[in-house]
Design a protein around this ligand. Structure first.
Ligand code: BGC
Length: 477
């Protein structure tokens, strides 16, 4: 099903892997993507936990909001700093540290005697969530052969949605006893597994090893999923391509490389998709679904049940996207996704303004989530692992992730006040307009990355931004 392109992979030296080796890479991918699971879990669990923290600590509405959003603030900082950590100490070490920070944040929150400590715990959790959300896509892309890269990268989004759903289910399970500490404590299990996996099982990324002069270790890594002869050949080929690229590219790395004129189109695409993913309104549904559902006239006691339905659709459609992303391509998924999101947001708005039945509003919400999960959700995280050159990879993915969190913060903070001021339905129309603008942006500026190596992706990007592609850019893909 995969692998029609003959162009060799640029992302990492691990370009060709036989089926037995691929199974190992998938296992690594799943362990790495536990970082995504914790992202989903810790953002999802609070909606239920808060119902019981509120009476326990006597929180006013500002304090409640701050317990939710302080995590998003921490995530912004975590996303910005983790790129440096991952470049300096390696992807594996970064993930290990992030797992430990997850554990620390969970312990602080679970044993918090009062509001202040709980807030501190949520901030620490946010640092880990943001850092993991930036590290996981880099790590995944650097261990994946090109032909399964799309699917491996969507594992991140899949695990985010699994994390959200598990959080909703955990909320339901403990809602009888009202034990909010137990709800949050469940997150310690995957955090522990991440640390153990990073110490015992996961390999360091081949790209990072070569860039830090650890050729022997890289050879061992590749040989563990192929054989030594292939390892030597792949490393040589990778080094040849890297030095060819170095001859025609500037030598800057990190943030400096990111701001260079050559990488700017990728930066514009990464940041715009990051903002679009949030400003199209996804987390108003994920975080506030019960509130919205209640306003359609259904009882609050059904809210948790319906939020689980939303969690399930989110997960199922993400699986559909994973199956399609390497076949249909990123652009088609994203354009279809934004079209569905635009139309359903118009209808959802109408259903509020014209006072249609609450069942109809619910249907539009579910179709909107399905549209998001089949495209914009996974494709954003996939593309920020693909559009940046290796020397700007960590910085580019970190900056895009930080903008994603900043936008998330802005939207989730502003949603309720804006809806209160201009009306719920009218607010959904704003999301519809943003989705439509996003559709136009994607159609014009976002390159296809399916089955392409970096040179071909870059050539497409330069062309879309009206620049002349570099000489000898491969036409792979
Ligand atoms: C977004 C999250 C969102 C989730 C929903 C992710 O891609 O970054 O903000 O809550 O999708 O599935």
């Amino acid at each position: 099903m995969q692998g029609f392109s003959g162009a060799p992979g640029r992302e990492g030296p691990l370009a060709e892997v036989p089926p037995a080796g691929l199974r190992r890479i998938w296992m690594w991918g799943i362990l790495i993507a536990l970082g995504g699971f914790l992202f989903g879990f810790d953002t999802g669990v609070i909606s239920g936990a808060l119902l019981f923290i509120r009476p326990d600590f006597g929180l006013n509405s500002f304090q409640q909001g701050s317990v939710v959003s302080v995590l998003v603030l921490g995530a912004m900082v975590g996303a910005l700093t983790s790129g440096r950590l991952a470049d300096r100490f390696g992807r594996k070490r970064a993930l290990e540290v992030e797992g430990l920070v997850f554990l620390a944040g969970t312990v602080i929150a679970v044993f918090a005697p009062g509001y202040g400590t709980l807030l501190a715990g949520r901030l620490v959790l946010g640092l880990a969530v943001g850092a993991a959300s930036a590290t996981v896509p880099i790590y995944l892309s650097e261990i994946s052969p090109k032909d399964i890269r799309g699917r491996l990268l969507t594992l991140n989004q899949l695990m985010i949605t699994v994390g959200i759903l598990v959080a909703y289910l955990v909320n339901l399970a403990f809602s009888g006893s009202g034990d909010w500490r137990a709800m949050i404590a469940v997150g310690a299990v995957p955090a522990f597994v991440i640390v153990a996996a990073a110490v015992l099982v996961l390999p360091e990324s081949g790209v990072w090893l070569l860039e830090h002069g650890r050729r022997g270790q890289c050879r061992e890594l590749i040989a563990s999923v192929t054989n030594t002869a292939t390892a030597d050949r792949l490393i040589e080929r990778y080094e040849r391509r890297t030095s060819e690229e170095a001859a025609r590219e500037p030598r800057e790395t990190g943030a400096r490389a990111l701001l260079g004129t050559r990488v700017r189109p990728a930066l514009v695409v990464g940041l715009a998709l990051a903002a679009l993913q949030q400003f199209a309104g996804i987390n108003t549904i994920i975080y506030y679904a019960p509130t919205i559902i209640e306003q359609t006239g259904l009882t609050a006691s059904n809210a948790i049940f319906y939020s689980i339905a939303i969690g399930v659709i989110n997960l199922l459609m993400t699986i559909v996207a994973i199956r399609a992303i390497d076949r249909a391509g990123r652009r088609r998924l994203m354009l279809g996704s934004l079209a569905v999101m635009t139309v359903t947001m118009v209808l959802l708005g109408l259903s509020f303004v014209a006072d249609w039945s609450s069942e109809l509003s619910l249907v539009f919400m579910v179709v909107y989530i399905a549209g998001y999960a089949a495209g914009l959700g996974p494709v954003f995280w996939t593309m920020i692992g693909e559009i940046f050159p290796a020397r700007a990879h960590a910085a580019g993915s970190g900056a895009s992730t930080a903008v994603n969190w900043a936008s998330n913060f802005a939207v989730s903070l502003a949603f309720l006040p804006i809806a209160g001021a201009i009306g719920q339905g009218e607010t959904f129309w704003i999301f519809a307009a943003i989705s439509l603008l996003g559709l136009l942006f994607v159609a014009r500026y976002v390159p296809e990355t399916k089955h392409r190596d970096y040179a071909a992706i870059d050539a497409d990007l330069q062309r879309r931004f009206g620049r002349r592609p570099p000489e000898n850019a491969a036409a792979g893909g």
